[in-house]
Design a protein around this ligand. Structure first.
Ligand code: CTP
Ligand code: MG
Length: 181
């Protein structure tokens, strides 16, 4: 029971930290290349290729480390190779969710860095879930949506977005982020 819940929470760590790592690696050319849609930036200068790949790859590597740390106690994934796709889809999915949110925020007329309460808290969860559902259906559905793992998913959904906010405040205080959200 506890093991199934821990697997969900620990395997979700790459998704949790991908956006913070994107802040560290970010900068350089924006993904939208500066292009606009109906007079507004498609994504804005806050979404860069370096942030996407630097954050996605480094968060995925943290997933690999977690795999080896957890392996002696319980199996985070059926095997190392079967774990690769979920860990990278959780990290890249989180970043794609954040990019999707920027697209929506720009359409709403919000400028880069503007606050968007619900969107900012859940974008990465939705992105990570959707990409992993597509890329790793056979692992994701039983692990995250069958009991008792489902309890872990409920904890992730309720608690982690708040934690995400906490991490952003720390990033802001440390000077990595321009805004505390
Ligand atoms: N970042 C990046 N590439 C990404 C995501 C983030 O380079 N794919 C970097 C940018 O420097 C960005 C910072 O991390 O400014 C903070 O990320 P975030 O809060 O997601 O971006 P915002 O600047 O707030 O832009 P937006 O309003 O579009 O979310
Ligand atoms: Mg922001």
């Amino acid at each position: 029971m506890l093991e199934a819940i821990l697997i969900v929470i620990i395997s979700f760590i790459p998704a949790m930290i991908a956006n913070s790592l994107a802040v560290v690696f970010g900068g350089g050319p924006p993904i939208d290349g500066g292009r606009k849609l109906k007079g507004k930036r498609i994504l804005g200068d806050g979404k860069t290729w370096r942030g996407l790949f630097g954050g996605g790859v480094s968060a995925g590597i943290v997933g690999l480390v977690l795999y080896f740390v957890c392996q002696p106690f319980f199996s985070l994934y059926p095997s190392f190779l079967e774990g690769l796709i979920p860990m990278f889809s959780l990290s890249f999915g989180a970043l794609l969710g954040d990019i999707g949110a920027s697209f929506i925020k720009r359409r709403m007329g919000k400028s880069r860095g503007a606050k968007a309460p619900m969107i900012d808290m859940y974008d990465f969860v939705i992105g990570a879930f959707l990409l992993t559902l597509i890329a790793s259906y056979g692992w994701f559905v039983p692990t995250y949506f069958y009991f008792p793992g489902l309890w872990g998913t409920i904890i992730v959904i309720l608690v982690l977005p708040l934690l995400h906010r906490g991490v952003n405040i720390i990033g802001y205080k440390l000077g990595f982020k321009e805004e505390p959200w």
